[in-house]
Design a protein around this ligand. Structure first.
Ligand SMILES: *Cc1c(COP(=O)(O)O)cnc(C)c1O
Length: 381
């Protein structure tokens, strides 16, 4: 095992998840039902969220939230140039126009000054992404939102659990979307959660399941009625109980997994400090969820990012890159005519950007191997 492959972010699963899933399968109710409700309640309790809705992806949560906000053609949504494609594709799905802005050099989060400059008559929503699990500068973003009467929808795919000025991301009344994709801090294989004000979440629940005024669990459970009404052309975004079961077990071990993430982060930061790398930071008013440990090879490093990734792969170490800037993708480049140079901080970061393995199950032996390999990969020309 000494030289075995060290994956970038494997899920931390054990008998607890298996027992929860077995219970769900044996119960005879495998789609949205009691496990989902328990998962929603557990996440809302963990974060102090006013209400929560389980869905089958973060992308679904974002799309549902934009639909419930009533965002549509003619509207603009401001988001980060350095994010996963689905943050932006959901804006396209509702027929609105994405307005990309650049990020701040230390956190790689939405730059509030750039956001303020990008606001127009048509802006409806700010869609900040908590990059790597580090909260955005929410006070500055809310100041812009309040001034122009904009909604704030947070992409918190990386930010479970993260705190900004002592409050959890997902604790407020505004909509916040989480991801339980296989690589995320908490996983259900595929899954997501939308938190927010109770009335908003009630509407989102209807929108996420065919626009039906009553969900299947309440119709098909004992005492339920066959009758329902369709009040809007809704989506099919509900989370099955079999997957919510995995999430319930994951939430119970979240603190343990986070503690290990912080140990790994501290070890990386100590071991890599003298290399030609820009390391991730944590601002004093923030507590990062440490979803990613993304380093940036500095221009003076003797090796480029692609070669660095290849050398780590040759040493049997998985890495990833978060993210290819949105305006580099052909669809967006061609549709909006964004040119290279449009978002200089994003582009400069991307040139050297690479995420090292970071997960709640990373053992010290593996960690030492990664550090050793990283030092070697940078050192030699
Ligand atoms: C993973 C991710 C998403 C999408 O999450 P899914 O649950 O796979 O839909 C959205 N935004 C960011 C920043 C992500 O990393």
């Amino acid at each position: 095992m000494r030289d075995g492959f060290l994956p970038f972010s494997p899920p931390c699963l054990d008998e607890d998840e298996i027992a929860e899933v077995s219970e769900s399968l044996r119960s005879g109710w495998i789609t949205t039902g009691p496990k989902c409700r328990a998962f929603e309640a557990a996440l809302a309790a963990r974060l102090g969220s006013p209400a929560a809705l389980a869905v089958n992806s973060c992308t679904a949560a974002l799309h549902t939230a934009l639909a419930v906000l009533g965002v549509g053609p003619g509207d603009e949504v401001i988001t980060s140039a350095l994010t996963f494609c689905s943050t932006v594709s959901v804006i396209e799905h509702v027929g609105a126009t994405p307005v990309l802005v650049d990020v701040e050099p230390d956190t790689l989060n939405l730059d509030p000054a750039a956001v303020a400059a990008a606001v127009s008559e048509r802006t409806r929503v700010l869609l900040p992404v908590h990059y790597g699990g580090h909260p955005c500068d929410m006070d500055a973003l809310w100041a812009v939102a309040r001034k122009h009467d904009l909604a704030v929808l947070e992409d918190a795919a990386h930010a479970l659990p993260a705190r900004y000025r002592g409050r959890w991301i997902g604790q407020g009344d505004n909509p916040v979307a989480f991801s339980f994709y296989a690589t995320k801090n908490v996983t259900t294989g595929e899954g997501g959660m939308l938190t927010g004000a109770p009335e908003f979440i009630d509407e989102a629940r209807i929108a996420s399941l065919h626009g039906m005024s009553r969900d299947a669990w309440r119709r098909h459970a004992k005492g339920g009625s066959w009758y329902y009404e369709v009040v809007m052309p809704g989506f099919k975004y509900n989370l099955p109980d079999v997957l919510a079961a995995i999430g319930l077990a994951q939430l119970r071990k979240l603190d343990r997994m986070q503690a290990r993430r912080r140990e790994v982060v501290a070890a990386y930061t100590a071991a890599l400090a003298d290399l030609p790398l820009r390391l991730p930071v944590q601002r004093p008013e923030c507590e990062s969820a440490w979803h990613l440990y993304s380093v940036r090879l500095l221009p003076e490093a003797p090796v480029g990012r692609d070669e660095f990734v290849q050398r780590l792969a040759a040493a049997n170490i998985g890495t990833s890159v978060h993210f290819i800037p949105i305006h580099y993708h052909p669809y967006y480049r061609e549709k909006y005519g964004w040119q290279p140079g449009a978002f200089p901080v994003t582009e400069e970061a991307y040139r050297g950007l690479v995420s090292l393995p970071l997960h709640g199950g990373l053992a010290t032996e593996g960690l030492e191997r990664i550090v050793e390999a990283a030092v070697q990969a940078i050192g030699a020309k």
